[in-house]
Design a protein around this ligand. Sequence first.
Ligand code: PLP
Length: 384
Amino acid sequence: MTEPLQLAQRVTSLKPSATVEMTERVRAARATGRKIYGLSSGDPNVATDPRIIDAAERAMRGGDTHYGPVAGSPELRAAIVAREAKLSGAAYDPGDIIVTPGGKFALLTSLMALVEPGDEVLVPAPGWVSYNPCVRMCGGVPVPLPMLDRIDGETLQRAISPRTKAIILNSPVNPSGRVLSREELQLVADLADKHGFWVIFDQVYADLTHVGAFPYMQSLDGACERTIVVDSMSKTFGMTGWRLGYLALPPGTSKSVIKFIQHSIYCVPGFVQAAGVEALALYDEIVPPLRRMFRRRQEHAVAQLNAIDGVSCSLPDATFYLFPSVAASDTEVARHWLETVDVAVLPGSSFGPAGAGHLRLSVTMADADLDEALARIARAGLPR
Ligand code: PLP
């Protein structure tokens, strides 16, 4: 008898995404008629602007339904170059830009391009749920680097080994909403230079910075040479489902990286990219009100949360997340709120052990629902 067929370890060994699983659970509960207040989703209740939808429709009706340029349309890449010049100040050539189906695939592409089997990649702890799995899928070994409050130079030095190939930095941070300081970025840049490793800079929430100027890794002197920027239209423009993001690469590297795109997705649909061009053109109209809305919700929720016994929440400088600490097991609190008052939040430990003792809340739902969810949480309190 032959052995039962086996799937590759690459997929069997992966842990499911805690955020996607919670979203599925909420969706399934809603399908049974139960109303769940979802404070767990990174998908804002923001409809795509009709002008962006029109741009996609025009492109489709105009015949942009074929394979297109592998690296992305010249129009979108030019718009991304202009965006980077304006926001980060980095001067990219359109040839350094690769358009991807979302930030997640941009991240995977960057790791596919860098990581050899056994290479170590420093990952933020706590950090976004997909970093470790993406590193592993590329044959690498994720090495957690604590950075809840700050990146400590000595801790970073200790985490670096001869096998360190790259560090993933995410600013503003999912789950905490923290913005990495210029000093922290400089520390990483200096050590990356000294020890010869790459920096992957995930800036998908940079447009949602509420306080001060946002420090971009690629704007530090000389950092462009070793920094791969991951960005996305998802969070900034209410376009999570469009799957549109990009990589901004060090000069000369895109020629090789592009082969991974050629042999995997080929290209992002042209009409999705046309929508992206329109979105970037509407930046000044769309983004500031969106930012204000999230800020107002964050401020409101922080005040409500701090009134609950055992919950302590500071106001982060960016994003639509909150990361309160709780005087109880984070998984127990999340379960308690879901089971007793139908409110879904994510335990901080979903973002690695460094997130334990916290919860991640997203203020991505309508104001009235957010109010109701917060009232329910206040009523439920922490489990005894
Ligand atoms: N990076 C971080 C830190 C995220 O939180 C997300 C989405 O939640 C992404 C990247 C990817 O977003 P998308 O693939 O929708 O562009």
